[in-house]
Every structure is written in C-alpha cells, then in structure tokens.
Write a protein that binds this ligand. Structure first.
Ligand SMILES: [Zn+2]
Ligand SMILES: [Zn+2]
Length: 441
C-alpha cells in the first residue's frame, strides 16, 4: 500500500539472540554450547564460527601481561651478534627499520615499523585495556572502538612473519659469519607465541556481549538479517540501508561489499603489473670483497639452494614465489567464477577465499630478510648490502593482494547456489523465521 506522506522510521529493535550469521556464506544458525577446545563450524560452508575456550580469561590476561614484559625485554636485549675473525657486530630488533630510515626509504621503513613494532605494542595495550577492566567488570571509555580495531588489524600485525624473516636471515648469515644468538631472540620468539596465544584464547563473543549485550538489531520481523564481520552482531537489512553502520560496534556493514568485484579486479591488476618489476629487478644489491652482485628473488632462492641451505631456500621460495602467484590465481578464479555465475564448488571456493586471506601476509618474509640484512652488514663485516629496486614493488604486491582478498565478498559465491542446495533455503533469514525455528526446536 503506497503511503502518501513520508513514513516515520520504525524504532530500532535491539535484543540478544543465540544466533550467528556466517560471514562467508550468509547462513543463519543457532549457537549451541561448545565444549572446551572444540569449535562450532558453519553447517553450510565449514567456516569456524565459535571456539569453546574454557577458562579463557586467566589465560588471555596472563599472555597479555607476559607479552608486555617480553616486548620491553626483547627490544632492550641484543638480538644476535655476528662474529667474523676479530670483529663482531651486535644487532637489535629495530636495526632493520633504522637502517631503512638512514637510507631515507620512508615507505619501506614505515611498513616495517608499523607491522613489526607499532601494531604489536598497540595490540598488547588493547588486550590489557579490555581484559583488566573485564576482570573487575569496569567499563572504560572507547573500549568498543579498541575491540573493533583489534579485530580489524589482526592480519596486519606481522611479528610472526618477521620472526620467520629473522630466522632466515640468521641462517643466511651463518654461511659467511658466526651468528651468536643474544637473549633478545628467544625473548622475541616467546613474545610472538604469547601474543598469538593471547588473541587465540580470548573469547571475543563473550567480550562483545560484555561491551554491548544486544547482538540482534532490526526494524521489523521481516527484516533479513546480515552479519557484522567485526562483532558478529546480526543487523537487519533496513538498518544497513539507512545507516550503513553496525549499531553495536560502529563498523561499516554491507549486505554485499559495494563494487566488490571491481575493487578486487583493480587490486589484482595493480598487483600483477607490480609483480613484473618485483621479479625482474634485483631485490638486493651486495658487495663482497670488492665485487658487486645483485640478486633477484629467484636468484636468491637458487643461491640458497646452491649453498646447501635447502630448508631456507624452500621457505623463501614458497613465501616469495609460490604464495603470491597462488594467491593471485585463486583471486582471479574467484572473481571469474562469480562473474560467470558458476554453479557448484561452493564450499571449495569459500575455502579458497579463506586460504587467500590467511597466506598473503607470509610473503612479507623476504622484505624483512632484506631489511635485516641491510642493517646487519652496515659495518662492512660481511660485505655491504643495499635494498634493490624490486623491494618496494614486491612489498606493494603483498599489500595489494591482501587488500584484494579483503575487498572480495565471499557471499557472492553462494548467491548462485540453487534454493535446494544445502544452504539455499536458509539464506536471507528474517527474525520471524528465526522465531518459528526456535519454537519448532
Ligand atoms: Zn558459512
Ligand atoms: Zn558490529
């Protein structure tokens, strides 16, 4: 019935529901209690929805406090010492970024500093700002924003990748000098483990419920519910259309990411273009005993294998060559499959999307290795190393492919699933449908 005058906006219905909408396929499902160490996965696409974590609060707090102590200690103590004949050189964690700043490589220096220093310390601060008040049930200002940023920045905190870079660097250097590990190295290893475990143990659903108990927002029973990717609230279509933000955490929320395919395609194309100079030019220039060498990514891998360092050669080969190519191919396939409205392989394609999101960051290893080597050999102990012209385009490829995976909306994959497919009848569930299902349970 068409209205003559503009209708007032219906009031917001905010309530708590024991339901979740899967972000990867859009299927709504009931959250059942999960025993410790078990996980609840999406009944349709297998996406992990919720983990049973037992006594998570003590573990997460202990990990966050340890991480703070370890972070300070790891930066105070030496990372490793290089010994060659009578001379020696001591390296700290920040040396890599420091040498990039000295060379005025601002972009690379900020990328290294942000991903390995600034984001990890912010993560520790964020965990403590949430967990300590939670223990005493004290709400502090801005906690919802802190929690939102903590969830969003996870992929960009790369101290674990940096650690792998450190290990590769020490093995590489071990070929030409003696590497004596300092206390900073095991401390940093423990820091990475503590932070990973702290975030892993944290019961995010519980924290969100504490910060904002209501998790279901709609304006009518007929509103189709969508998920907020950050706080996992269920938000009605009309709210998304009018406001565009999650009423609970304030994150942008979409029924489908706007121009998702165009954005992903543009980012893939930019990454492919930059991938050419990243592989053709040298990633590292070095001078040893008066002779200048340069090394592309592939030549670096071959050199490592020739020196008998098979494991490191394999790690660098997988991280720098296999992962970027595999990721680009998978993203191209996903975009193409949605464009041609491919039928079938829904779960396989959703898994592929999750893999592209997970593996991308590990390609940063080579960037960290080169920056570390640059700082290590500053004193001419084992020659002289400079970052090559390929380093910046290579780092850009890593960042662009990570953004490409973030702009792809996996729910497009399921949009062509026939209604009789496993999820067909469950997609686009309204509050009224949830109620009738609850009653029939
Ligand atoms: Zn799912
Ligand atoms: Zn939210």
């Amino acid at each position: 019935m068409p209205a003559r005058t503009a209708q007032p906006t219906p009031p917001l219905i905010a309530e708590y529901r024991d339901w979740l909408v899967c972000h990867d396929c859009g299927v709504a499902q009931k959250v059942v209690p999960v025993a410790r160490d078990l996980q609840l996965v999406c009944c349709n696409c297998g996406h992990p929805l919720y983990f049973g974590r037992g006594s998570w609060l003590d573990k997460t707090t202990a990990m966050a406090v340890s991480a703070l102590v370890l972070f300070i200690a790891a930066h105070v103590f030496d990372f490793f010492t290089l010994v060659l004949g009578n001379s020696s050189q001591t390296i700290t964690i920040l040396a890599g970024a420091g040498s990039l700043i000295e060379r005025e490589e601002w972009l690379l220096a900020s990328l290294v500093l942000v991903t390995t220093f600034i984001l990890p310390i912010l993560e520790i601060a964020a965990l403590l700002y949430l967990l300590l008040p939670y223990r005493f049930n004290k709400r502090l200002p801005g906690q919802i924003h802190v929690m939102r940023w903590l969830e969003r920045l996870q992929h960009w905190i790369m101290h674990d990748v940096f650690l792998l870079g450190v290990l590769v660097t020490t093995v590489k250097l071990g070929d030409s000098a003696t590497v004596v590990p300092g206390p900073g190295l095991p401390l940093f290893f423990l820091l990475v483990a503590a932070l990973q475990a702290g975030y892993w143990f944290m019961d995010k659903r519980n924290i969100w419920s504490w910060l904002y108990p209501n998790n279901c927002f709609s304006q009518s029973d007929e509103d189709v519910l969508y998920d907020c990717d950050v706080c996992k609230a269920m938000v009605g279509e009309s709210i998304i259309r009018h406001h565009g933000y999650c009423p609970r955490c304030g994150a942008r929320i979409y029924t489908r990411i706007p121009q998702s395919l165009q954005k992903t395609t543009a980012l893939i194309l930019a990454a492919i273009i930059l991938y050419i100079p990243a592989n053709l030019y040298s990633i590292m220039l070095y001078e040893e005993l008066g002779t200048n060498y340069d090394s592309t990514i592939l030549a670096g891998v071959i050199d490592l294998a020739a020196a008998g360092l098979w494991m490191v050669a394999l790690v660098v080969f997988v991280a720098s060559i296999v992962v970027p190519i595999a990721k680009l191919l998978m993203l191209i396939f996903l975009v193409w499959s949605v464009k041609v409205r491919m039928e079938g392989m829904y779960t396989v394609r959703t898994t592929m999307y999750r893999v592209t999101k997970f593996i991308g960051r590990w390609s940063m290893v080579d960037v960290y290795v080169v920056t570390l080597l640059t700082s290590v050999v500053q004193f001419g102990l084992v020659g002289h190393v400079e970052p090559g012209p390929a380093l910046l385009p290579f780092a850009a490829v890593v960042v662009l492919t990570m953004l490409a995976a973030e702009t792809f909306d996996p729910r497009f994959i399921w949009d062509n699933a026939p209604p009789d497919a496993a999820a067909g009848h469950m997609r686009g569930r309204t509050l009224a449908q949830l109620n009738s299902m609850n009653n029939s349970d």
